[in-house]
Design a protein around this ligand. Sequence first.
Ligand code: HEM
Length: 520
Amino acid sequence: MAELSGSLAFLSAILSILLAPLYYLCKPVKSRGLPLPPGPRPDFIIGNARHLAAKSPWLQYTAWKEKYGNIMHLEALGTHVIVLNSYKAMHDLLNSKPIYADRHTSMMADTLMGWGRFTTAAHYGETWKKHRKMMRPAFHKDAILAHSATLEKIARACLLELLHSPGGLREHLRYTGRPIVMFTYGLKVDGPKDPLIAVPEKAFATVIKVAMPGKVPLAEYLPFLRHIPSWFPGAGFKGNAKIWRKELDDMVEVPFSHVKANMATGVAIPSFTSKCLEESMHDGNDIMWNTGTMYMAGADTTHAILTSFILAMVLHPDVQKKAQAEIDGVIAAKGKGLPNFEDRGNLPYIECLLKDLQRWLPVLPLSVPRRLTEDDCYGGYFLPAGSIIFSNHWALSRDEAHYKDPERFWPERFENPETAELDPYKYAFGWGRRACAGMNFADAMLYLAVVSILAMFDISKPLDEHGNETEPEVVLGTGIVSAGLTYGIPGRTEGFKCTIRPRSDDAAKLIGAASEKMSW
Ligand code: HEM
């Protein structure tokens, strides 16, 4: 951050002299007789760049809501940013208006490093439409449930790993990558070092590091800088981007080619990729980047929410006991075994727990930024074309108009249908035509992981050297995936500590037996 602030201050001084006249000539203050929405006072020339580059900006935007309201404006070097802080504003603007369905392009991540080829970053146009069309049948609720046996197998394998090495909890929770790889490519993953997991993890870690506030090159804000040659002092980012782009190409090409080779020899396990290839109406490049999107969009998000789940159980033993009692009741009625998808309808408290998980620590606190393609007016304000739109899900999750005692993890808030609070599934996965394509898949994986872990394990606070429980130290992530407990994000490498033990000897035996029966 200091690094960025220093560069911005220097830049501000230079640009103040060079660009001030141009700035004042071009700055749109209002249009159609309407003002821009209110927002924090901009610095001279660099505008709100400092605010936009801050760590965990959603916390600041949420705090500013009181002062500036449900729709806020920031501006940096000609780029307008609109922050939506209320359910109504998000619903009104993002749910149905196509002019809000485009994505913002990050110069570093999307253009130079090549992340713009994923569905998540695609502009609202033909390529994006083709991608979503390919996904629709595969990610339908029923289509996901057709994979329940595979999802259950992988969940059992995760339980066995937890039993054998509970200290590796965070690694085991990375299990969320395995069902995605199996579903997408029909390929089996051999542990966390398997290149199918390790390669995308590395690509991820890189983009998070270079796209993190404080790390983005100044060329992100000053497009003309991207044309300087890579040997020029300070242009090292260009050379690095080339290397990282190649890593990304490998990440999507290697598994894709693997599926094609398996299909050619008749050994391919049916998958999203094999199905798209069989349909033969899609372009190979579209299939490759569309299927390549799945791990990228799904692994970190589901891992983050599973991590929040463990944290919620550590901090709220009462919720854990109540959820376990509900699962025990369902298992007792069945006679034996582990909970599965068929039990879901009989687990209403688990359903509430899943809802409060989506709300408590929003996985994507500012969602995935959109881009407004035409001028618009809303709530008495002018919203200029080209604005980056953030939907501040963090502010929504803390909105006392919707949630009583919002900081508290409290599934009961959804228990009574008459008084239930705003359902977070209405926003946590986004809005309208750009809403999360993998929602049903994520929900199924999360449900299964939660009920399987709760049925078999007790999760509690970490123990000190005398075996006494201690309070876990919890620091939230600062990356775009809020609970970013995974990657080498500065200051975030440790996550939090906890204790996880099988609930009984019988539970330990059952895990062993179930996993053996269901092994690959
Ligand atoms: C808890 C887990 C997850 C959460 C909270 C989540 C949330 C989101 C959100 C907020 C967006 C942006 C929506 C918008 O712009 O309105 C998004 C986009 C997307 N998500 Fe997810 N997601 C999760 C898991 C997954 C999984 C498992 C997959 C696939 C396997 C996936 C695939 C996608 C794709 C492809 C998009 C881009 C949609 C587009 O731009 O058209 N997500 N997700």
